[in-house]
Design a binder for this molecule. Structure first.
Ligand code: 5AD
Ligand code: SF4
Length: 479
């Protein structure tokens, strides 16, 4: 009797750069490759395949990718000498934007896969394996399999649903792509046109995750609040309606969504922050600049007043609402006066957290061709001033919680033994000593000290009975 052949276990190492969407995509790539025998490897050395999931947003992103690929080429050479092999794949936005160039500059790369083609990875791996079988001995050349098409069929229909949840928190991708074409941004080119997953698919995925232990779900999309998906009743829902439907899932205590655009922040979504207790009182709402002239040149489609009005409405709906944002300094043509407008807007809003960037030209975007690029030294000085202000606001925001008791979702072990690390409703990291069995649970924690980017606390009732499903009590967090 012959035994059924079993696929040899192969190691898969994925290096992820950039946003939460990439983290989600990396997990989906691992899922789609699992049936082929790929299981997570802890280092590239232990792997038979390495995927570099790239991000195009940061400065010098592609240079960093090429130096990483150089290191992987050396590893591949070592492995081949030892009679093994290493499949090198490049995914994400740099793959989409510079696929052919990657193949040309680093021929050891086997696979280049754009974000819309992840569901076709198994087929690409099979093609790479066939190419390897017919390879000349001694060559370092990769298989040259490239797929950066924007397919007609949405990849979500072909990707396995996520099934594992660690630490009680999970992501669900609901929307991808962007039609906004901000003049500095590569996303509309790398991620393609806006696409919303149907409501039923999102709800089914969320139910599965809650059944697997998720207490919190974060809805993901490059323009998440532009989501408008086909509803089970044949109509089209907006994000507020989807959130209301998700809030009905038994056991789901926290709902978040990111990243939002001010133009798509409609009245129903603002009202959801008042009406849906599970919707967390925290919103990442990029403003990019506080100067109307600059916002116009960025093609943002909203002005300074529009943003400030939204903030007022959100805080009227949910008084303990905390806001975070993205800001770019030194956009082409930004004057000292424009920058002052940004600083004033930041003071007026009082952000709980923020990401701030020096403008950097992205080839192929309209802003890269604009006159009056701002000198590096000016961009540096502005970034420093802005970050000092934002840092102070974040410290003040965190400090306001000292002495308060807040529900914390413990998500992972802390750095010190016996310590747990979790998140407050306002997305602050909270450390507290506690039993590892509290991982994945929402527990009341009294905040005893606030630090620049985290909080320390003590578990109020160390038993499991303290698990809460309700949202936080509103507290004063004036910045
Ligand atoms: N230069 C600087 N920052 C940028 N971002 C996007 N493109 C650029 C660029 N060319 C920032 C924006 C965006 C965040 C994800 O990255 O603030 O919201
Ligand atoms: Fe980029 Fe603007 Fe789209 Fe955001 S809204 S992804 S910044 S083009």
């Amino acid at each position: 009797m012959t035994e059924a052949p079993t696929a040899r276990k192969k190691g898969l190492f994925i290096r992820t750069y950039g946003c939460q969407m990439n983290v989600y995509d990396s997990e989906r790539m691992a899922d789609v490759l699992r049936p082929l025998g790929y299981a997570p490897a802890s280092t590239p050395d232990d792997a038979d395949m390495v995927i570099v999931n790239t991000c195009h947003i940061r400065e010098k992103a592609s240079e960093k990718v090429f130096s990483e690929l150089g290191r992987l080429r050396d590893l591949k050479a070592q492995k081949r000498q030892a009679g093994d092999d290493l499949v090198i794949a490049v995914a994400g936005c740099v793959a989409q934007a510079e696929g052919a160039e990657i193949m040309r500059r680093q021929p050891a790369v086997d696979i280049v896969v754009g974000p819309q083609a992840y569901h076709r990875l198994p087929e690409m791996v099979a093609r790479a394996a066939r190419a390897a079988a017919s390879r000349r001995p001694g060559t370092m050349k990769g298989a040259g399999v490239l797929d950066t098409e924007f397919p007609v069929e949405p990849k979500f229909d072909h990707l396995p649903a996520p099934t594992t949840v660690s630490g009680g928190s999970a992501f669900v991708s609901v929307q991808e792509g962007c039609d906004k074409f901000c003049t500095f941004c590569v996303v509309p080119y790398t991620r393609g046109a806006e696409y919303s997953r149907p409501a039923a698919a999102v709800i089914a995925e969320a139910r599965g995750l809650v059944a697997a232990g998720a207490r919190e779900i974060t809805l993901l999309g490059q323009n998440v609040n532009a989501w408008h998906g086909a509803a089970p009743d044949g109509s089209t829902w907006t994000l507020a309606r989807l959130i209301a439907a998700l809030a009905e899932i038994e056991g789901l205590a926290r709902i978040r969504y990111t990243t939002s655009h001010p133009r798509d922040m409609d009245a129903a979504l603002i009202a959801a922050h008042r009406d849906v207790p599970a919707l967390m009182p925290y919103l990442h709402l990029p403003v990019q600049s506080g100067a109307d002239r600059v916002l116009e040149a960025m093609n943002r489609g909203h002005g300074r007043d529009h943003y400030l009005r939204l903030v007022d409405q959100l805080r009227a709906a949910r008084p303990d609402m905390a806001l975070s944002t993205d800001i770019i300094v030194g956009f082409p043509g930004e004057t000292d006066g424009d920058f002052d407008d940004t600083m004033r807007l930041v003071r007026e809003v009082g952000f709980a957290a923020a990401f701030s960037f020096k403008y950097s030209a992205r080839p192929g975007t309209p802003a890269a061709m604009m006159a009056r690029q701002v000198p590096e030294a000016v961009r540096d000085a502005r970034l420093q001033a802005l970050q000092a202000l934002l840092g102070e606001q974040q410290r003040r925001f965190n400090g306001a919680l000292t002495g308060h008791t807040v529900p914390v979702l413990f998500q992972e072990a802390g750095r010190k033994p016996g310590q747990l690390l979790g998140k407050s409703p306002w997305l602050q990291s909270v450390h507290a000593d506690g039993d590892a069995r509290l991982l994945g649970q929402i527990v009341d924690v009294r905040i005893v000290a606030a630090h620049a980017v985290s909080l320390s606390g003590e578990i109020v009732a160390g038993d499991f009975a303290s698990t809460r499903t309700a949202a936080a009590k509103p507290i004063e967090v004036a910045a």
